[in-house]
Write a protein that binds this ligand. Sequence first.
Ligand code: PLP
Length: 390
Amino acid sequence: MELNQKMYAYGASKSSIREIAAYGSARKAEIGAENVYDFSLGNPSIPSPDAVRQSIERTIQLPPVKVHSYTPANGLPFVREKLASSLCRRFGENAANAGDLYLTCGAAASISISLHAITNPGDEVIVIAPYFPEYRVWIETCGCTCVEVLADADTFQIDTKALAAAITPRTKAVIVNSPNNPVGTVYSAENLAATAEVLRSCDHDIALIADEPYREITYGAVVPWIPSIYERTIVCYSYSKSLSLPGERIGWVLVPPTNPDHDPLIPAVAGAGRALGFVCAPALFQYVLADCVDEPTNVDAYAKNREALTKGLSELGYTYIEPQGAFYLWVKALEPDANAFFERAKSLELLPVPSDSFGCPGWVRVGYCVSYETIVNSMPAWKKLKELYA
Ligand code: PLP
């Protein structure tokens, strides 16, 4: 049978992050977990708050037919009410109404739904490189072209000149991810305002998809609320990182009431969710959200890891970008070819992710959502790696 070759290729090639993680697991089984320093995956290492467990225990006492039923496609109304009120408290009274939210199976679903809602085949979608590699898969699945625009080489903020140069009559949307995976940058209000100006100055309308699963994971930085900076913004969120629930698949799409395309976008988002076969977000976790919507995110362990990793690597003479959010450190490879650098790191049981996977040469991503011991115990290997380049 002739299969869909594009889908076959996506499945057969796998993401390089997952390939490195699979290698890490196999290697741990071979030589012992304590001897492998796997910095590849973005799986939160901080456990979910106790409030989540308590809510699950309470919720499963409800009649099973109630808890495990289909919900409305956009989510349970009382849950969306609570989420919208929370957003209004945090970002202004006009931030969201219950009807503007569409609950999803995580940010991945939020982004693919938003892309399907906005684009037509043949359109172009701009991503700011380095970028989360799955964007390309989701963009191409819409029949669109993924256009990479390199971030500013020094600050890793959005390079607005390069952005302006990349826009064509086919540009339909820009994906902006802040706090950023893989660099850890938080785009400043000024940088976002300049980005908004570039988008507004075009002859046609361009949407901004704000991918924000790391919004709560910051180290003192303020993450600007993009809908109040650029009107044609759609916000994609999930609780994968903020509540450490990546396996439960729960998040939302928000079409802010201030978006000029709001009225047609609401059914288009619902239509995209339907077309992609999502049906509804997991019902049990919709209930949990209602209980945990204002639960603070605990970043203490990430902050401690970040401190130990940056201190250790800077003492060894590595160059990196000071992360303001998320749980990744962007470290300059010690040779121009990040893959060659990765191979040398791998030979010392260090497993970062080479930056080519993120559309940018010459760096590696070190995920510090690991145990503190992993960071501390990895330092002799980082030292040996540096010595290989002496
Ligand atoms: N966007 C970015 C930047 C991510 O890093 C991730 C996951 O790591 C996602 C989206 C997908 O998140 P989710 O697990 O909520 O689908």
